[in-house]
Design a protein around this ligand. Structure first.
Ligand SMILES: NC(=O)c1ccc[n+]([C@@H]2O[C@H](COP(=O)([O-])OP(=O)(O)OC[C@H]3O[C@@H](n4cnc5c(N)ncnc54)[C@H](O)[C@@H]3O)[C@@H](O)[C@H]2O)c1
Ligand SMILES: [Fe+2]
Length: 377
């Protein structure tokens, strides 16, 4: 783990605009590039304020992105995209909108279907349209990455598509766009951003080039998340979280998440718990479980969060559970409407997510997963 000699590939959007008030820079960039037909992929809330982006040309707004979108939601977007014949696609919203924008950018007008591109490196052709991402939550870091997730309604599994062709040409990160995120979503998505950083930092595939961003992302969440939850218009705190989210996105590409996200997914797919809320609930359990395998790095995480804890599993659990609960996050599975008799099936589902579990620093057996769900109940 964390070997300097391990090979790593880093890709980033060519342009990253960051700062309070930079949203309109997207329109200037798009005009300078000569784009004439723009498709904005958005949820209902963000669709009502597309003007902020000052986009040029003929604008089509798809306003129907659902949280944790499924393949039906994607199909609806693709039918709108084929009418719009855009030369620029803009993801404007949280991870849900940005992920659908990524998929539309490579599937619209292509002979490939979603099924053809699930997995890594399956998109056959360079995309024919520009792609811009504008995050309005601070959680997923999807603006910086090459992955998109969409739920298969039949199996309830998340289908993951990974392709260099889904990397944005430009990411415009304006923290003021997140002022309106409600306190509960701010808390949950902030812990999600931190979980991306922590799971990359303590990952089997951890790398010094990414550790730098990972631990700084944790520090930013430790410093600013409680402030942003208390006062949504605290622009310094919001900027700190937008940066933490971006750093989490930097962690996802080359390293990715591990056990925490694997255990969180069944909550979302089976019980429609929001991605951030699911990850926040699972986070202290998996961090504590992993402590014996990555003791030194766990201590660094605790320090970066400005928490006090000894290096044993129980102390790590108590400190991080207290951090999440203190933000007002629901930390019991029973409190989220998950029925007790589904825990075994959830453990089976989580255990099958090898692409993430194989990254975990400590082997998580199916019964370890069930024990964690029972403890979290
Ligand atoms: N591509 C990746 O690398 C990656 C990483 C992590 C998560 N994800 C995916 O991202 C999705 C979750 O994204 P998310 O947590 O950003 O949530 P989201 O995009 O689903 O948005 C959550 C809710 O907040 C609303 N919202 C968004 N911005 C708002 C604002 N500024 N003010 C008020 N309300 C606002 C949305 O309408 C929605 O109802 C999941 O599908 C998850 O699997 C992707
Ligand atoms: Fe996440």
């Amino acid at each position: 783990m964390t070997s300097l000699s391990a090979p790593i590939t880093i890709v980033r959007p060519e342009i990253i605009e960051f700062g309070v008030g930079v949203a309109a820079k997207l329109g200037k960039w798009a005009a300078a590039q000569g784009f004439e037909r723009v498709l904005v992929v958005s949820d209902a809330f963000n669709a009502s304020r597309v003007d902020i982006l000052e986009l040029p040309g003929r604008i089509t707004v798809f306003s129907q992105v659902k949280p944790e979108p499924d393949t039906d939601n994607l199909d609806l977007l693709l039918s709108v995209a084929s009418e719009a014949r855009a030369d620029l696609i803009v993801g404007f919203g949280g991870g849900s909108a940005m992920d659908l924008a990524k998929l539309a950018s490579v599937l619209s007008g292509s002979a490939q279907t979603l099924r053809d591109v699930v997995g890594a490196g399956k998109v056959a052709q360079r995309r024919q349209v520009g792609l811009a991402q504008v995050p309005t939550t601070s959680g997923t870091g999807s603006e910086a990455g090459i992955r998109a997730l969409v739920t298969d309604p039949q199996t309830q599994a998340k289908l993951a598509v990974e392709s260099i062709h889904m990397l944005a040409d430009i990411a415009v990160i304006d923290p003021s766009l997140t002022f309106t995120v409600p306190a509960a979503t701010t808390a949950a998505t902030g812990v999600d951003a931190m979980a991306h950083c922590v799971e990359a930092f303590t990952n089997r595939k951890a790398h010094p080039m990414i550790d730098l961003y990972a631990i700084e992302g944790v520090r930013l969440v430790g410093r600013y998340l409680a402030r942003a939850v208390a006062d949504g218009s605290d622009s310094e705190a919001r900027a700190g979280l937008s940066l933490a989210s971006l750093y989490g996105g930097f962690c996802l590409g080359p390293v990715n998440t591990a056990g925490g996200h694997a255990l969180a997914y069944p909550l979302g797919t089976r019980w429609h718990v929001a991605h951030g809320a699911a990850n926040a609930l699972i986070f202290p359990h998996v961090l504590a479980f992993n402590t014996p395998a990555v003791a030194e790095k766990t201590t660094q995480v605790i320090e970066a969060l400005n928490l006090k804890a000894a290096a044993d599993q129980a102390s790590v659990f108590d400190a991080t559970f207290g951090f999440c609960a203190g933000l007002g996050i629901e930390m019991r599975l029973s409190g989220l409407g998950v029925p007790a008799d589904d825990l075994a099936a959830m453990a089976d589902d989580a255990f099958a997510i090898r692409r993430l579990l194989d990254n975990n620093p400590r082997e998580l057996a199916r019964d370890d997963i069930l024990s964690i769900y029972q403890a979290a109940y």
